[in-house]
Design a protein around this ligand. Structure first.
Ligand code: PXL
Length: 263
């Protein structure tokens, strides 16, 4: 059997396992990767929401990053919940010592249920420090609006904001369409060479959207770790998420149950 490539997720712990490192590790494993983790925060949450949370000290985050990156062959990295400037600087400094590793940044600002995780100062550090290092950034509509200062209310505005973010980033941008209107979910991939590709799928009627961004970015990172090109990794990750959402529909609890898994 082919050895599973190491995929490092830098993310928060979700005690309910719908999002965060738990969702990432399941996704990476399901797609044939070996999940390595650096935990940025601990959340106490369930399907009803986030009851309490606290960041992990940035020195302890830096130590986790050093332990993993100095020892394991890491084929791709993804970031999820980052808590502020110090945590983001720890990630930037650790990755600067490993410049060749592909990086997927899911710019998590808060939870689907309304808890804000990243401060305004954190957003500035993310934009200036981490986004220029990213192979791919995966904002949803509210996130791309906040990162660019442009309102996003239509598919055309989503693409326009994506172009603006692309100009700031250097890497590629995937503007996820889950917040858009209508029966289709349309994700817009903007590559650094100017190519724009839309991935359109039937919208799944479910309240269980908690953790979908985590699953998607972890799946893309695992695809990159397998050596697939960006378009292929994105396309297959969207398909994996679609299947996860279809099985998650059957989970009947609060809105935050998260996307379950096929099989
Ligand atoms: O889906 C965003 C997210 C990421 N990471 C953790 C979370 C959440 C949302 O609740 O709890 C740990």
């Amino acid at each position: 059997m082919k050895r599973a490539p190491g995929v490092l997720t830098i993310a928060g712990s979700d005690s309910g396992a719908g999002a965060g490192v738990q969702a990432d590790a399941r996704t990476i494993h399901a797609l044939g990767g070996y999940a390595l983790t650096a935990i940025t925060a601990i959340t106490a949450q369930n399907t009803r929401g986030v009851q309490r949370w606290a960041p992990v000290a940035s020195g302890l985050l830096a130590a986790q990053l050093g332990s993993v990156l100095d020892d394991f062959p890491v084929a791709a990295v993804k970031t999820g919940l980052l808590t502020g400037p110090a945590a983001i600087r720890a990630v930037v400094e650790a990755l600067a010592r490993h410049p060749g590793i592909p990086l997927v940044v899911d710019p998590v600002l808060g939870s689907t249920t309304g808890t804000r995780f990243l401060s305004d100062a954190g957003v500035r550090t993310l934009r200036r420090g981490l986004l220029p290092r990213a192979t791919l950034v995966t904002p949803n509509w509210p996130e791309v609006a906040l990162l660019t200062g442009r309102p996003v209310r239509t598919w055309a505005e989503a693409e326009q904001a994506g172009r603006e973010l692309l100009a700031q980033c250097g890497g590629a941008v995937l503007v996820k369409g889950g917040h858009g209107p209508g029966p289709a979910c349309r994700d817009c991939l903007l590559l650094s060479n100017g190519t724009v590709r839309w991935f359109s799928r039937r919208r799944i009627a479910t309240r269980n959207t908690h953790g979908t961004g985590c699953v998607l970015s972890a799946a893309i990172a695992t695809g990159l770790a397998h050596g697939w090109n960006l378009e292929e990794a994105v396309c297959r990750a969207c398909e994996f998420l679609q299947q996860a959402l279809l099985s998650g529909k059957r989970v009947r609890r609060g809105a935050g149950a998260g996307a379950a898994f096929p099989g």
